[in-house]
Design a protein around this ligand. Structure first.
Ligand SMILES: *Cc1c(COP(=O)(O)O)cnc(C)c1O
Length: 334
C-alpha cells in the first residue's frame, strides 16, 4: 500500500499515485477525504484508504467515490452505521501508540467489537500502526514486538471473518520487522527514498526521489565587519564573496537553517549566512570563485538530502519534504 498522504509527502500525490498505479500499485492511503477524492477524480483506481478522521458530513462522498474509511472508535463506528449506506471500512487497533484505534490491550473487547461490526458495517480489514519500528534500541524493538503480538492475537481470533486486508507495518516495520499476519505493508517515507531513522542505512539502490533546485540571483563581495541579513546575525570577519538565492521560508525553506544549513553550488557546499528570509537567503561562496549569476543551486539533493537538512535543524526528513510549499513547481522526470 502506497502512502500518499500530505500530497505524497510533498512530492505531488496525483503524479506519484498515477505513476505507481502504472507500475501495478493498487492500494493507496491518505489522511483525509479531500486527498482521497482528488486521487479518485484524477483516475486512481484501486483502494483508497483514509487513515484517520472524516467528518460525517462527507460520508456521502466516501460512498460515492468508493473510498475506504478507518474506524477507530465506537463514536466513529456508530456514525457510519447510522449512515446506512455500505461504506467500506477497516478497523484500527491501538496496539500501543495511543493515537487512534480500539485499545488492543483489551483483547476480548476488540474481538467482540470486530465480530459485532462485521455484521453492521461493510468491514474488509483491520490495521494498526507501529511507533518505534525505526529504532535499533532493544527496548524499542521489544515494544514493537509487543505491538505485533497484540495485533496478531486479535487477528487470529477473528480469522473466521476472513477479512481481506490485514496490515500493521509502515516503512520501518517493513524493512526491519516481520509480521506474519499482514498481507499489506503501508510504505510511506521509503517510497520517496528517505529514511525513517537518520542513523540507519536504507536498502541498496534506494535513493531520494526529489531534488530541490534554485538559482544564484546575485553575487557580491562584502568587507570585513559588514553584516548580512535581518537582525544582523552574521558579521563578516574578512572580505567575502556571497550569493543570494531566491528561495525562502515562503517556499518551505526552513528558517531554522539560518546560519546553519548549507546548499550545493557546482557540487560544492556553501553555508548559509544570516537569516533565511521569506523569499531569499544568502550563502558564503568565498571558496567557490567560479560562482556567478544564474548558476544552479541544489537545496536538497545528492550530497545534501532532506534527511541531512532535517538532521541539521533537529527535525525529520518527513517534515522537510512535506513543508515544501505549493509555490515551488514540481517537475517530473521518468
Ligand atoms: C504515515 C503513516 C504510514 C507511513 O509511514 P512511513 O513511516 O512514512 O512509512 C503508515 N501508516 C499510517 C497509519 C500512517 O499514518
Amino acid at each position: 500500500m502506497a502512502v500518499v498522504k500530505a500530497d505524497a509527502y510533498g512530492h505531488g500525490d496525483i503524479e506519484i499515485a498515477l505513476a505507481l498505479q502504472n507500475i501495478g500499485a493498487y492500494h493507496f492511503a491518505v489522511s483525509n477525504v479531500e486527498e482521497a477524492i482528488g486521487l479518485r477524480k484524477a483516475g486512481v483506481k484501486g483502494m483508497i484508504l483514509i487513515l484517520g478522521y472524516t467528518p460525517s458530513t462527507c460520508f456521502e462522498e466516501l460512498y460515492k467515490f468508493d473510498i475506504t474509511q478507518a474506524v477507530y472508535s465506537e463514536e466513529c463506528a456508530q456514525l457510519i452505521i447510522d449512515f446506512k449506506k455500505p461504506i467500506k471500512v477497516q478497523i484500527v487497533l491501538d496496539t500501543g501508540m495511543r493515537r487512534i484505534g480500539f485499545d488492543a490491550n483489551n483483547t476480548n473487547y476488540c474481538i467482540d467489537l470486530i465480530k459485532k461490526y462485521s455484521k453492521l458495517m461493510n468491514l474488509n480489514g483491520i490495521f494498526s500502526h507501529l511507533c518505534v519500528a525505526d529504532s535499533t534500541d532493544e527496548t524499542c524493538r521489544q515494544f514493537t514486538r509487543k505491538q505485533l503480538d497484540r495485533f496478531n492475537k486479535i487477528v487470529k481470533s477473528v480469522s473466521d471473518l476472513n477479512l481481506e486486508y490485514i496490515h500493521c507495518l509502515n516503512s520501518a516495520g517493513g524493512m526491519w520487522h516481520n509480521d506474519n499476519s499482514s498481507n499489506l505493508v503501508r510504505l510511506g517515507i521509503v517510497l520517496y527514498g528517505l529514511k525513517a531513522d537518520y542513523n540507519r542505512k536504507l536498502p541498496d539502490k534506494i535513493t531520494p526521489a526529489l531534488t530541490w533546485k534554485s538559482v544564484v540571483s546575485l553575487v557580491k563581495f562584502i568587507e570585513p565587519e559588514e553584516f548580512v541579513g535581518y537582525g544582523l546575525t552574521f558579521k563578516a570577519t574578512k572580505k567575502m564573496k556571497i550569493a543570494t538565492i531566491p528561495t525562502g521560508y515562503g517556499d518551505g525553506y526552513n528558517r531554522m537553517l539560518s546560519n546553519k544549513g548549507k546548499v550545493l553550488v557546482n557540487n560544492k557546499p556553501a553555508r548559509i549566512i544570516g537569516r533565511v528570509c521569506m523569499d531569499q537567503f544568502m550563502i558564503d561562496v568565498t571558496d567557490i570563485p567560479e560562482v556567478k549569476f544564474g548558476d544552479e543551486v541544489i537545496l536538497i539533493g545528492d550530497g545534501y538530502t532532506a534527511d541531512d537538512m532535517a538532521n541539521d535543524i533537529g527535525t525529520i526528513g518527513y517534515e522537510v519534504v512535506c513543508g515544501i510549499t505549493k509555490r515551488v513547481p514540481r517537475i517530473y522526470k521518468d
